[in-house]
Ligand binder design. Structure first.
Ligand code: ARG
Length: 482
């Protein structure tokens, strides 16, 4: 399959954006200040090196705000039109890389507002009527996260599709299922893959549920107390496509629960991928040889010529730590903050952006890798034969003939111990030897040792029988397509 997903380039802002350090005499908030800001303070407090990424959301929000101000008669229609046209032109400048971001202007909000005033004159200063950067930044992050949740949901659905295809192609491959990393019972490879589908489906649901709490518009809360202007918050929400508006202005500017929740869902997704990665690493090792990963998804060693390393899976496993770290950063950041906005909250962006970038990369690379995995049928079946994985079937056989299961378990255990000593499989035991263990054994016992039969007897709802797997597969394909 052609690798069709893009990976976020690891670029630092300074490589793609020109950030100027020209000293700017007058701050937009400079009215009450007589001295100028120390250069070190400017650098320390600026968020533009990372929040420039919010420029599209910031402009969308400002356009809606200006439109609402005019509709409510707070600014004139002519002024609003000038502001909107100016903002659209600024968006084009930034898109084209023609915008000079400045550290002195602190953040994306001030950079855009200052540019607006340069372009349209003092009327640009009317945009900030009835607004604070506190509700503005809360709005921008929510708009950003709403979009990204949509992208991530799409990638999750593609991940599920990749697992479904792998399951369908290999529906007849059997393998040992494990508990305690010891061979336990025969299962179908498809069953194992569909277990991951269930995990990622839950993640999809979690994202969907979280969206309800992201989809709330905070604009109109201003700095913390709300606005004295006759604004129409519902109209603004409508313009921006929000389902709800925040109900308490103090909560609205100081709430980052939705970002924490997002990082928690992302951590869960990473935990699932980390478990999958661990299996990929194990299964592709010489010790297991359960799967083959295409060469294009492995790397070699600079010293050992024989090596083919599962680096993609290892890195995914490794990146789990950084996403968990981001969650803990945000939880710790918000802990003990008094209401309402505090500058600490500016620190929410980097962990959030990094989580979004990492999760999108991890999803994209996994979709491609899953398409490049092939189970090694013969090795999987060999592992089944060597692992006494049908010992439970033997116990079930005796239980079926009336022996209490606990006793039957004991007898089958003795059979395994005997076979282990002799270095043979259960199916190689003579009927005579079996009869020594229990008089209930008959010739028909040899039928229960087949691994395929053993798997297909598990017909309980959600079990590993082919019939059950197929039912679930068809159901999932109805949702996700084939
Ligand atoms: N850059 C700030 C942030 O990311 C924007 C809000 C600043 N508000 C303020 N009153 N200083 O949180």
């Amino acid at each position: 399959m052609i690798f069709q997903y893009s990976i976020t380039p690891v670029l630092h802002y300074s490589m793609i954006l020109r950030v100027s350090h020209k000293h700017m005499k007058k701050k937009l908030w400079g009215g009450r200040f007589s001295g100028s800001t120390d250069n070190l303070v400017e650098k320390f407090t600026a968020s533009i090196p990372f929040d420039y990424r919010l420029y599209k959301q910031d402009i969308r929000g400002s356009i809606a705000h200006a439109t609402m101000l005019a509709k409510c008669g707070i600014i004139s229609k002519t002024d609003s039109k000038k502001i909107v046209a100016g903002l659209k032109a600024i968006e084009k400048e930034i898109d084209a890389g023609d915008f000079e971001f400045s550290i002195e202007l602190e953040d994306i909000h001030m950079n855009i507002e200052k540019r607006l005033m340069d372009k349209v004159g003092p009327v640009g200063g009317k945009l900030h009527t009835s607004r604070s950067r506190n509700d503005q930044v809360a709005l921008d992050i929510r708009l950003y996260l709403k979009d990204e949740i949509q992208h991530i949901s799409n990638l999750l659905a593609d991940t599920i599709r990749a697992f479904l295809a792998l399951a369908r192609e290999n529906i007849d491959v059997l393998m040992p299922g494990y508990t305690h990393l010891q061979r336990a019972q025969p299962v179908r490879f498809a069953h194992h893959m569909l277990a991951y589908v269930e995990m990622f489906k839950r993640d999809e649901e979690r994202l969907y549920d979280l969206l309800k709490r992201v989809d709330v518009m905070p604009l109109g809360s201003a700095a913390l107390a709300g606005s004295a202007y006759p604004i129409d918050r519902k109209y603004c929400a409508q313009l921006l496509g929000f389902k709800a508006i925040s109900k308490n202005s103090m909560d609205a500017v100081s709430d980052r629960d939705f970002a924490i929740e997002f990082c928690s869902v992302a951590s869960m997704i990473m935990m699932h991928f980390s478990r999958f990665s661990e299996e990929i690493v194990l299964w592709s090792s010489q010790e297991f040889r359960f799967i083959k990963i295409a060469d294009s998804f492995c790397t070699g060693s600079s010293i050992m010529p024989q090596k083919k390393n599962p680096d993609v899976a290892e890195l995914v496993r490794g990146k789990t730590g950084r996403v968990y770290g981001n969650l803990v950063s945000l939880l710790t950041l918000m802990k003990s903050l008094p209401l309402a906005y505090n500058r600490d909250m500016q620190e929410d962006k980097e962990p959030l952006f990094d989580t979004v970038d990492t999760i999108k990369d991890v999803l994209s690379i996994n979709i491609a890798m899953i398409n490049n995995i092939k189970p090694e049928k013969e090795n999987l079946e060999k592992a089944l034969r060597l692992g006494y994985t049908t010992a439970t079937e033997m116990a079930d056989y005796l239980a079926g003939k009336g022996m209490p299961f606990r006793e039957a378990h004991e007898v089958a255990g003795k059979a395994v111990s005997y076979c282990e000593k002799k270095g043979i499989g259960l199916e190689e035991l003579s009927l005579e030897k079996l009869r020594d263990l229990s008089a209930l054994f008959n010739k028909d016992v040899y039928k229960v040792f087949g691994v395929k039969q053993a798997a297909d007897r598990k017909t309980s709802f959600g079990g590993t029988a082919k019939r059950e797997i197929k039912k679930r597969l068809v159901e999932l394909e109805r949702t996700y397509g084939k």
